[in-house]
Design a protein around this ligand. Structure first.
Ligand code: NAD
Length: 275
């Protein structure tokens, strides 16, 4: 019989939904690391994972935000929750922080590489500086790569693990009228990195991406309302999404309901890229 650390011995695990389908979605007793968890999508995923039963959760973020840690610890007193100040652009910092969390948690079941920045410079590529381009690449693509590399070593050693990376609908399409080449390219890189790692690591880990559409977070605070309204007008759902509307995708991909799901991308974009 085939033995797989995700599901045990195949004949024993098949065909029963044992003990129940809802239990497959539980993260009870699991440990997770989430980058960019200080606010926005990453924070809501952190809350969702703790509600779903995570017993150990580490947030990695370059923002200092003790309030987040304090609030989560008050809401989930039984969980072991830690907060780590780290800039995902810095390879050495990422290596050090993941190794610190590994030593603390022992096993790491789930890693969500979610920290990211949006386009904040001029809209056209001939008007941007090299710094603008490299900064977006360093956070949105290289930062994800550093995280993936370090968690991959741990997943290989453990023989199991789920890596989820936040891409974007911008990985699939070019937004008009907000042109943002560096962001589009970085997110397309994340999408393809996800597929590549899923194949490389198939024997011991699952790797998937989530591609959100327009989600109400501080990421797009700099975008004028007029532009935002023009986006929503061409979004089939006719509105922006809320961070909590992404939780189902992140929960599924992290959970044992997804033991055969790898190399996939879940678009949660109100239908934007289906048009
Ligand atoms: P946000 O700005 O609210 O949160 C991003 C978090 O990442 C912040 O806590 C920030 O401090 C952290 N971060 C940024 N750069 C970092 C770095 N170098 N090192 C460590 N931490 C860093 O944004 P959000 O909307 O929650 O975005 C989360 C992810 O979702 C990003 O990857 C973003 O590109 C992606 N995304 C967002 C939207 C959207 O509409 N909000 C759409 C598609 C994809």
């Amino acid at each position: 019989s085939i033995v797989n650390k995700d599901i045990g011995s195949l004949p024993a695990a098949f065909p029963n939904l044992s003990p129940s389908i809802l239990d497959l979605f539980s993260l009870s007793g699991k440990s997770a690391i989430i980058t960019g968890g200080a606010r926005g999508i990453g924070f809501v995923i952190s809350e969702a994972y703790l509600q779903a039963g995570c017993s150990k959760l580490a947030i990695i973020d370059y923002a200092d935000n003790d309030v987040v840690l304090q609030n989560l610890r008050e809401t989930f007193p039984k969980a072991h929750i830690t907060y780590h100040h780290c800039d995902v652009r810095k390879a050495e910092q990422v290596e050090e922080v993941i190794s610190t969390i590994h030593a603390d948690f022992g096993v790491i079941d789930i890693f969500v590489a979610n920290a990211g920045i949006a386009w904040t410079a001029g809209p056209l590529i001939d008007q941007e500086t090299d710094f603008d381009w490299h900064n977006v690449m360093n956070v949105d693509l290289n930062g994800v790569y550093y995280c993936a590399k370090n968690i991959g070593r741990i997943f290989r050693e453990q023989g199991k693990g789920s890596l989820i990376m936040t891409a974007s609908m911008s990985a699939h399409i070019v937004n008009v009228p907000q042109l943002q080449a560096a962001y589009n390219v970085a997110k397309a890189g994340v999408l393809h990195l996800g597929k590549s790692l899923a194949i490389e690591w198939a024997p011991f880990a699952r790797v998937n991406t989530v591609s959100p559409g327009y989600i109400a977070t501080e990421l797009s605070d700099f975008v004028p309302d007029e532009l935002k309204n023009s986006w929503y007008a061409v979004t089939p759902k006719g509105r922006q999404g809320l961070p909590r509307e992404l939780c189902g995708a992140y929960l599924y991909l992290a959970s044992d309901a997804a033991t055969y799901t790898t190399g996939s991308d879940m678009r949660v974009d109100g239908g934007y890229t289906a048009v």
